[in-house]
Design a protein around this ligand. Structure first.
Ligand code: AP5
Length: 217
């Protein structure tokens, strides 16, 4: 049966890194609500004005809007064989909506937690840099680009740092995760749909376990 793979984890845990590998290797689309919201914020629209302060401060976007964005994106033909959700659901309301969506679309749902201790999350967030062209994810401490602040694949492009990747906002984002999102782990665990992966290792070791969890090994 086709699957929705829900990648879960605290901010900076490595969901995006693993989702990009799954996308590349399993040919399923990666749907990152954070990436979609950051794209909206770059536009000159009233919606961008509304979302910009929320993203900058690491506060959650209202459920109704978030669910609409996910519903529209997952209705695209490339999602018919399943997809990877990165950063959704984050609240009980979003999880409830996703159950309905999975049933309508005929997909099973599996949640995979990338579990990382809090003491390493801050460096993962504050050290993160992204290529604005291809989205490649770097880290000045753990995965630096070959040349300082420049993408390996797009040497003409300077890497960017996210507005919410500073130490203070990082703490608030972790607190939001604890309050609003952690309860969902228990929700998926109780229904036997949660797999936990140790996310404090190197990227490929984590991927091997994520891939096993996804294929039911
Ligand atoms: P979002 O973009 O989803 O941010 P997040 O959940 O805070 O997660 P991150 O993107 O920070 O981290 P990640 O786990 O993807 O880690 P990554 O792979 O990049 O959301 C941003 C904002 O959008 C939210 O605050 C909210 O405002 C809004 N939003 C989004 N979804 C929403 C929703 N559903 N409802 C409401 N609002 C929503 O890795 C991090 C760093 O670590 C990188 O530098 C990477 O190179 C490095 N790294 C990764 N893996 C390893 C490893 N194994 N070893 C060493 N370094 C590693």
């Amino acid at each position: 049966m086709s699957k929705i793979i829900v990648l879960m984890g605290a901010p900076g845990a490595g969901k995006g890194t693993q989702a990009r590998l799954l996308q590349e290797r399993l040919s399923l689309p990666q749907i990152s609500t954070g990436d979609m919201f950051r794209a909206i914020v770059k536009t000159e629209t009233p919606l961008a004005e509304e979302l910009r302060p929320l993203l900058t401060l690491g506060r959650l976007v209202p459920d109704e809007l978030t669910m609409r964005v996910v519903r529209e994106r997952t209705a695209q033909p490339d999602c018919r064989a399943g997809y990877i959700l990165d950063g959704f659901p984050r609240t009980t309301a979003q999880a409830g909506m996703l159950e309905g969506l999975a049933a309508e679309q005929g997909h099973a749902l599996l949640a995979v937690l990338v579990d990382v201790p809090y003491d390493i999350l801050e460096k993962r967030m504050t050290g993160r840099r992204n290529c604005p062209v291809c989205g490649e994810i770097y880290n000045v401490y753990f995965k630096p680009p070959a040349r300082d602040e420049v993408c390996d694949l797009h040497p003409e492009v300077r890497l960017v740092r996210r507005a919410d990747d500073n130490a203070e906002t990082a703490k608030d984002r972790v607190a939001t995760f604890e309050r609003d999102t952690r309860p969902l782990l228990e929700y998926y665990e109780k229904s036997g749909r949660l797999r936990r992966v140790d996310g404090a290792r190197d990227v490929e070791a984590i991927y091997a376990d994520v891939q096993k969890a996804v294929s039911g090994e």
